[in-house]
Ligand binder design. Structure first.
Ligand code: CA
Length: 230
């Protein structure tokens, strides 16, 4: 029976999550304290952590970072912050998924099951698609990209551009399309800023950045690497 650790300082939410998770067949540990959560992660062998980002004693983001640095325990983040950037930040810190409050407890149970299913099979690292003979690796679930075995420290926009291009290697994306992929909506005046994000992304990729993210003159950009067969 998988063990789920619920870290949430609001006791109503904590208890309703406990009930739903137990009913779904999980062993459940709970705490309202970030400090205790860190201790429980070390000692309890939790299979998954449901983590509220807004905790009274420790910033939830710090707890997330600690859990991440300690190993591969998956984390589902609960957040009251609805801003897109905050969600992306949560994922970049290594959350496997997030739900925004108010949420339905049934939804949380579904997400927990999905994450455990993903992490139970092939390790995600191995399952992530690679490009250019293994040079570029894109792990969508964790929002991590590696090039020549080096983890790239990307902004959410750079990550969005790279993930979009890698979704269809060789296909040319116009700046307009990239803006839509990255921002989720049309944003007048933003198209030109794509160029500077691409410039920064190439810089982080290193000397071959310009061949990984190719310019197609007058049209846009494309991934210059083939997706590897698996
Ligand atoms: Ca809270």
């Amino acid at each position: 029976m998988p063990t789920v650790l619920v870290v949430e300082d609001e006791s109503d939410i904590r208890e309703v999550l406990r009930r739903y998770l137990e009913r779904a067949g999980y062993a459940v540990l709970t705490t309202g304290s970030g400090a205790e959560a860190l201790r429980l992660v070390e000692t309890s062998a939790a299979d998954l952590v449901v983590l509220d980002l807004g905790l009274p004693d420790v910033d939830g983001a710090d707890v997330l970072r600690e859990v991440r640095s300690g190993g591969r325990t998956p984390v589902l983040v609960l957040t009251a912050r609805s801003a897109v950037e905050d969600r992306i930040r949560g994922l970049r810190l290594g959350a496997d998924d997030y739900v925004t409050k108010p949420f339905s407890p049934a939804e949380v149970v579904l997400r927990v099951a999905a994450i455990l299913q993903r992490s139970g099979g092939t390790p995600e690292e191995a399952a992530a698609p690679t490009f250019g003979g293994g040079r570029l690796r894109i792990d969508e679930a964790r929002h991590v990209a590696r090039f020549d075995e080096r983890e790239l420290d990307l902004t959410p926009t750079e990550w969005g551009i790279l993930a979009a291009l890698a979704g269809a290697p060789g296909r040319v994306f116009s700046r307009y399309e990239l803006v839509n992929r990255v921002r989720g909506y049309e944003y007048a005046g933003y198209e030109r800023t794509i160029d500077s994000h691409v410039k920064n992304l190439r810089h982080k990729l290193g000397p071959d950045g310009g061949t990984v993210v190719e310019t197609v003159l007058g049209v846009g950009y494309r991934l210059g690497l083939r997706r590897d067969e698996r």
